[in-house]
Design a protein around this ligand. Structure first.
Ligand SMILES: [Zn+2]
Length: 276
């Protein structure tokens, strides 16, 4: 099959709509052997067709995956209600098969290598208890460089890198993010500008993988003001607010200076990621 430019652009647009653009650009530049994501089974044929137009293969996990109300994913038996998703691997056939085998055998460090993650970040990740990895990274971060910011992947699908870094100032993660940013600039500068708006906004972590992006918010002391849009998992039923104040670990949402009530519960310590 010959791949003309417009067919290639269509294919990249399909993958971009699924939040995979940066990873596919990195794959095509030889920075990784496979891209890994989660998709509904009904989305797989469209993604497979897009991959084929780019001369790439797509394979799916033998296991099924379900989405939790908190916005996190879990591998589940096929009889599980809501088990309508699969892990998809895109890349060379060999890279995809290797990624799937490492994942299904539980060799997470080997999977990380196939996905092009920095060694230091892989070592950090495999040594951590799975719960509250963002809290551990936050504690190790002296700076919050947007090039190493992958927390938005669950909210907007955005991020120059797709792994948890060992810190938000990790030189390897920052360098990888800068390289991918350059590739994105060459491919679609308008998309890069859009991404930056989100990556440069502060982020509130409510524990248990739940995050709220405080878009355009300005951090001053223990307050984030001038928030224009708050993006979060649908299950997190937050009030309408324009300011967030952190009193110790307590979160107070404010609208035009008045506290507004949030009936939800945070699952762990509340942390502010000072990106931007
Ligand atoms: Zn690292």
């Amino acid at each position: 099959m010959t791949t003309d430019a417009s067919s290639e652009d269509d294919a990249l647009a399909t993958l971009a709509a699924h939040g995979m653009l940066c990873e596919i650009l990195a794959l095509r530049a030889g920075l990784r052997e496979s891209v890994r994501d989660i998709a509904r089974e009904s989305e797989v044929p469209g993604l497979k067709e897009a991959a084929k137009r780019l001369d790439l293969d797509l394979i799916i996990s033998t296991e099924r995956v379900a989405l939790h109300p908190s916005g996190t994913f879990e591998r589940v038996p096929s009889c599980h209600p809501g088990a309508d998703r699969r892990i998809v691997y895109i890349g060379t056939r060999e890279g995809c098969i290797r990624a799937r085998r490492h994942e299904e055998d539980g060799h997470i460090a080997r999977l990380g290598s196939v996905l092009g993650y920095p060694e230091c970040c892989i070592e950090f990740y495999v040594a951590q208890p799975k719960r509250d990895i963002p809290v551990a990274i936050h504690g190790r971060s002296k700076r919050f460089d947007i090039h190493a910011h992958s927390l938005l992947r669950g909210i907007t699908g955005h991020g120059f890198i797709s792994n948890f870094p060992c810190s938000y100032a990790c030189p390897q993660a920052v360098s990888l993010g800068k390289t991918v940013r350059k590739l994105l600039c060459e491919h679609d500068p308008a998309f890069e500008k859009d991404m930056l708006r989100y990556l440069a906004s502060p982020l509130l972590y409510l524990g248990d993988g739940r995050e709220v992006l405080l878009t355009d918010g300005v951090v001053k002391d223990n307050e984030v003001r001038d928030i224009s849009v708050a993006l979060r998992p649908a299950a997190l039923d937050l009030p309408d607010f324009d300011t967030v104040r952190l009193d110790d670990e307590e979160v107070v949402f404010l609208k035009e200076g008045r506290a507004v009530k949030w009936v939800g519960k945070k699952a762990g310590p509340c942390i502010l990621f000072r990106f931007g």
